[in-house]
Design a binder for this molecule. Structure first.
Ligand code: G6P
Length: 607
């Protein structure tokens, strides 16, 4: 998703701006641009596509200046062309914008009626013109910006340069995050602390409605009512060291292989294996009074929530409702007094999830969040913070964050069950023992990498792929299909195995591989019956099961993938590995951009 960086310094800033953009690349983008003030004029370079294109433009036409802004754009309004790339500029004002200005159409019409002309189809350019008009009429930058911010509806993070004021940068946020970074001889704006990691770890997170005047020596922050405010300066903890791919070809593969370690790291904060107890890292929270939980998330995090629904209902006997964030917010959900709304997010910044979280809070819900980025908006606004410790996830398609989310959610389900008196000490010890086995089981699952690579070569030519699973492995089937779509661009669907006969069975022929997730356990036989329905129609099955399951049902399959014998509780955590590896290898064979798949963004900060 779009990334912002701004610098007011004493030396040349262009190389630093590009360095900041490099750190934001992982978020996904389709064009990029930079603007500085040089010799009393705004000077811009922009390019479609990857950052290297912009670097080439800058090599041909270098950009000079001690102050500048830069942007990676993920297209919303208007195609990813150079003209639509940020920064957008008039003769007086240049700006970069994340988010969506929802009322841009009437504002644009109004500006056109006053004779202004536009070079892009973006919503962002209207902001440049509106502020510019006031500057041209003689307003100071602060006055002009404060006035125009009040006319904007929607979500925005902005960084604005003013031609006549080469020592000053103005930032503003509503809905989209913006961070002020304090360096020794420069001050920065960034869409996250990672963008500023090479320059400074001393950051202040702007709050909703805040705007800020940034100079080389510091920053003056104002709230939505234009009152001067202080925002705490914290140490981001994000170091300047580049996260590299090590010996792996892609970040995604590296992150898949990190899972035994990061799941163990996460579990450390949630279980005490020696005592046989779960222990959430939160102060006493009245878990026993919770009657109903609503889980809300997007994408892969939503599928983690679907697995958690099975666990929470099975162990704690608490009714769980689940919704994607973009639906929850607008469907007028019934919010019971004191209900718990549980949000799940890797980034903690997904616009739909964040908006749904605020909506739930306003509706009187206690808000818990399972989140990977500890400095994110969701982490800061939650009543109950349940961190995952997956480390920075760079691959756009989420992998290690997912299994860490599952680990936390399993521990939460057990903790809730205990608080409700539904778990004996012995049952709790049992759950803890199985959870503690997860990292080793993940390691064993990873040993199937080579056979999975060989199977991927067979599937890579398919046009459609079906994934089937039952119970908590059904969300895994959905996640498998999502992963494949995201990075290999092959159409895939995940289905509850028992539901296949109500529709997708019509798709079955010998060209559609059907990937069946069926660990041994209470639901195994049922899933095998569904497999037979596929085979009876000439369908080709890839069975993912343990040795017992493969021995029992693997005979007529196109291929089998053998997972370690694990307790059904941790099967969804372990079976994530083969679905991730299949998607990865198929994409790698097809030669797609695995870490930054087309059209996708890591952190979707627009609705
Ligand atoms: C984007 C990413 C997905 C992710 C989803 C939710 O679509 O590409 O990988 O699952 O957002 O993101 P979150 O950060 O809220 O988990």
């Amino acid at each position: 998703m779009c990334g912002i960086i701004g610098i007011v310094g004493s030396g040349e800033v262009t190389a630093h701006l590009v360095e900041g953009l490099r750190r934001l690349e992982y978020r996904g983008y389709d064009s990029a641009g930079v603007c500085t003030i040089n010799n009393g004029a705004l000077d811009r370079r922009r390019a479609e596509g990857k950052l290297d294109n912009l670097v080439n433009v800058l090599a041909a036409e270098p950009l000079i200046g001690h102050i500048g802004i830069a942007h990676t754009r993920w297209a919303t309004h208007g195609a990813p062309t150079t003209n639509n790339a940020h920064p957008h500029a008039t003769a007086e004002v240049s700006l970069v914008h994340n988010g969506i200005i929802e009322n841009f159409k009437p504002l644009r019409d109004e500006l056109i009626a006053r004779g202004r002309t536009f070079e892009s189809q973006t919503d962002s350019e209207v902001v440049a013109h509106l502020i510019s008009e006031r500057i041209e009429a003689g307003d100071m930058p602060e006055i002009a910006t404060a006035a125009i911010l009040k006319r904007l509806h929607g979500a925005f993070a902005l960084a604005i340069l003013f031609r006549q004021y080469p020592d000053l940068l103005i930032g503003a946020r509503l809905g989209s995050p913006l961070v002020v970074g304090y360096g020794d001889d420069a001050t920065y704006l960034g869409s996250d602390a990672l963008a500023l990691a090479s320059f400074t770890q001393r950051v202040a997170y702007l709050e909703e409605g805040d705007w800020v005047v940034v100079t080389r020596d510091g920053a003056r922050i104002f709230d939505a009512q234009d009152r001067p405010v202080e925002r705490e300066v914290t140490i981001s903890g994000v170091t300047g060291a580049y996260i590299d791919k090590g010996n792996y070809r892609h970040f995604m593969l590296k992150e898949i292989f990190e899972q035994p370690v990061v799941v163990a790291q996460t579990l450390q904060s949630y279980i005490k294996p020696l005592d046989g107890q779960v222990a959430l890292p939160i102060p006493d929270f009245a878990l026993s009074s919770i009657q109903r939980i609503t889980i809300i998330a997007c994408g892969t995090s939503y599928y983690a929530g679907m697995v958690a629904k099975y666990w929470l209902e099975q162990f704690a006997r608490v009714a769980v409702e689940i919704d994607v964030a973009s639906e929850y917010r607008y469907r007028e959900p019934v919010m019971e007094e004191g209900g718990l709304a549980l949000f799940i997010s890797q980034s903690g910044e997904t616009a739909d999830t964040l908006a749904a979280m605020r909506h739930a809070k306003a509706g009187g819900q206690k808000v818990a969040v399972v989140v990977n980025v500890p400095t994110s908006s969701m982490a800061r606004e939650a009543d109950l913070l349940l961190p995952t410790h997956a480390g920075t996830e760079i691959g756009v398609a989420s992998t290690k964050a997912f299994t860490c989310q599952l680990a936390v959610l399993a521990a939460l389900a057990a903790n809730l069950a205990r608080a409700k008196g539904r778990l004996s000490a012995e049952q709790e010890r049992d759950i803890v023992t199985h959870l503690a086995e997860a990292p080793a089981a993940l390691n064993m699952a990873l040993q199937q990498d080579e056979p999975i690579q060989a199977i991927s070569a067979i599937i890579a030519g398919a046009r459609d792929v079906l994934y089937l699973g039952r119970g908590p492995d059904y969300p895994l089937a959905l996640e498998g299909a999502l992963k494949l779509k995201e990075i290999s661009y092959i159409h895939a669907e995940g289905y509850a195995a028992g539901e296949m006969k109500h529709g997708p069975i019509a798709l079955i022929d010998d060209l559609v591989p059907v990937i069946v997730l069926a660990p041994s356990g209470p639901l195994f036989e049922k899933t095998v019956s569904n497999m037979q329905e596929v085979q009876a129609r000439g369908g080709k099955i890839v069975l993912i099961s343990d040795a017992t399951g493969v021995a029992a049902a693997g005979e007529d399959c196109l291929a089998t993938i053998t997972m370690p014998d694990v307790h059904p509780l941790i099967a969804p955590i372990v079976y994530a590995i083969p679905v991730q590896l299949l998607a990865y290898h198929i994409a790698a064979i097809k030669g797609t951009d695995v870490d930054q798949p087309r059209n996708l963004a890591k952190s979707v900060t627009v609705e």
